[in-house]
Design a protein around this ligand. Structure first.
Ligand SMILES: Cc1cc2nc3c(=O)[nH]c(=O)nc-3n(C[C@H](O)[C@H](O)[C@H](O)COP(=O)(O)OP(=O)(O)OC[C@H]3O[C@@H](n4cnc5c(N)ncnc54)[C@H](O)[C@@H]3O)c2cc1C
Length: 500
């Protein structure tokens, strides 16, 4: 590659309007609510995120199990912010934050962009943690993104298809009809409950060689109870409800190995057990965005064991009042990694930025208002913990329904989600069962390329258009267009074909 061809980053010009520049990193709950919170401020907002959508993570398990479509829970961020004139959206993975020069470097398919800021709101969330066993990811995908959910949908529905073929040949199907969910937090509980409904209720009339009601769904956790943040009483209740819908719950079971065909676990008393299962789902741990480390190294802020960065009481970083960190990647007073922490933190930061520009006094410290937590177990059954109030069963499920409907973005998505829920909960159908081979194997294929998807396209500035070949192709296309038109104009189209 010649010197002229070395890809140069695009450098975003400084604000031409002279307005205060706010860069928001992330389009999840923190990023979106932060950007929207500045709608009426006299600022220029640039939202940079590695996906072009805003993801409603709490409903990912319904995409994975065919209840909802990906579009319903992941609308385009650009579309959501289209009417916010002071905001623009930039696709890219942030690879560096230079806090001294106030510059953000982002990258997409080998194209780098550097964006300057006056205030920065970082809401890059958290990814899956395999507790140092990243090799498990190949066989037990996590559930953090639309890609994850679609891959899992392909793996779950695909397992039934493979079992049908194996059964028709007289082969054993137990490993294909066993589904293991690792991690009994809200995600694991909801996922296990939905797979059980899918197998025992939705699919049982669709296959001929297998009985899907015989599918085994196992929920594992190293902890001694399910849903620890909900307390012992609700945890017990959730466990009993899960067992009622056919989920096997194994507690005190620490996963020690995962491979293509199964999972190995060790109990406290030293007993080792292996479950043969082709489909494994990992919902056990979180690791904050590596951007926390980038910021910690430059600001001296501390990281906790999940990589979350410690913020001041006003959500800024030590010595950097212009940098706010919110949501799953911040650490403050043991606040949980839930949507409301991200939303309220982002609103607080946006208000603080706006207030500073208007010369208003600071709001002081961030106060979190806990609105409670809930998790569904199956249709018509959920658990909810709201302050001292502990609810279970249908009432909790109705609350879950209303709250989730309220937070789904966009009127159209709300309407279609309700329709899909009616189909799945009142009927037994699932409208979103489409899966493809690429959904299941695309991730592994991309991981085998040195530079991922960038390997599949040319580097910026080095594409050779090969004009001569273009001209040849044009002549060829013109020739065939003329032949086609002559056939029609001369009335020869179709003539003689019957006797040919
Ligand atoms: C499966 C699942 C179920 C959940 N269920 C519930 C629930 O029922 N109730 C509840 O309250 N909470 C739930 N949560 C937690 C909740 O979704 C999170 O707490 C919340 O999304 C955190 O918001 P955030 O903005 O900090 O991060 P996220 O919503 O994760 O957003 C992070 C954003 O940053 C972007 N990003 C990351 N790294 C980079 C980078 N380097 N460059 C550019 N962009 C980047 C991502 O693309 C994304 O847009 C659930 C989470 C999961 C995964």
């Amino acid at each position: 590659m010649s010197n002229e061809q070395v890809p140069q980053p695009t450098v975003q010009p400084l604000s031409s309007s002279g307005k205060h520049r706010v860069v928001v990193i992330g389009s999840g709950f923190g990023g979106l609510f932060g950007a929207k919170g500045l709608k009426h401020s006299d600022v220029e907002v640039t939202l940079i995120a590695k996906t072009s959508h805003h993801l409603f993570q709490p409903l990912l398990y319904q995409v994975a199990t065919g209840v909802l479509s990906e579009g319903e829970i992941a609308p385009s961020t650009r579309e959501i912010l289209a009417s916010q004139d002071n905001a623009r959206v930039l696709l890219g993975t942030v690879t560096d934050i230079d806090v001294e020069n106030r510059l953000i470097t982002s990258e997409v398919l080998g194209r780098k962009t550097v964006t300057g800021y006056d205030s920065l709101l970082v809401a890059a969330g958290a990814g899956q943690s395999y507790f140092g066993n990243d090799q498990f990811a190949e066989f037990a995908p996590g559930m953090k993104s639309i890609d994850d959910a679609l891959e899992l949908r392909g793996r779950i529905f695909g397992a039934f298809e493979m079992a049908e073929i194996a059964a028709s040949r007289g082969e054993s199907v137990d490993h294909l009809l066993t589904f293991v969910v690792v991690g009994a937090g809200p995600t694991g509980v909801e996922m296990a409950g939905q797979i059980a409904e899918l197998a025992h209720r939705t699919l049982h009339k669709d296959f001929r060689a297998i009985n899907t009601k015989q599918a085994r769904i196992v929920l594992l956790d190293a902890a001694p109870q399910v849903l620890p943040p909900f307390g012992a009483q609700l945890g017990d209740k959730a466990k009993r409800e899960l067992e009622k819908v056919g989920v096997e719950v194994k507690l005190g079971a620490m996963v020690t190995d995962v491979d293509e065909r199964g999972v190995e676990m060790k109990y406290k008393d030293g007993t080792v057990e292996r479950i043969e299962a082709v489909t494994k789902i990992w919902s056990a741990g979180v690791a904050a965005s590596p951007l926390g480390k980038t910021l910690a190294e430059q600001t001296g802020a501390e990281l906790d064991r999940a990589g979350r960065i410690a913020v001041n009481a006003d959500l800024t970083l030590p010595g950097h009042p212009e940098i706010f960190v919110v949501g799953d990647m911040m650490s403050l007073n043991h606040l949980p990694g839930v949507a409301q922490v991200a939303i309220q933190g982002a609103k607080f930061a946006a208000k603080e930025i706006d207030g500073r520009l208007k010369g208003k006094p600071s709001q002081g410290t961030f106060q979190y208002f806990d609105k409670g937590s809930m998790a569904t177990i199956s249709r018509f059954s959920a658990v909810a913990s709201i302050g001292k109030l502990k609810l279970t069963g249908f009432v909790a499920w109705l609350m879950w329904l209303v709250v989730h409907l309220f937070y789904i973005t966009g009127f159209k998505n709300r309407v279609t989600a309700v329709l899909h829920w009616l189909v799945s909960f009142l009927g037994r159908g699932r409208s979103e069962r489409t899966t493809t081979e690429q959904q299941v194997f695309g991730r592994s294929a991309l991981e085998r390329l040195d530079r991922g998807a960038s390997d599949l396209i040319s580097d910026p500035g080095v594409f050779d258009a090969k004009r001569d070949r273009d001209e040849e192709r044009r002549k060829e296309l013109e020739h065939w267009a003329k032949v086609e038109a002559d056939l029609t104009d001369s009335g020869r189209r179709g003539v003689g074909s019957a006797s040919a």
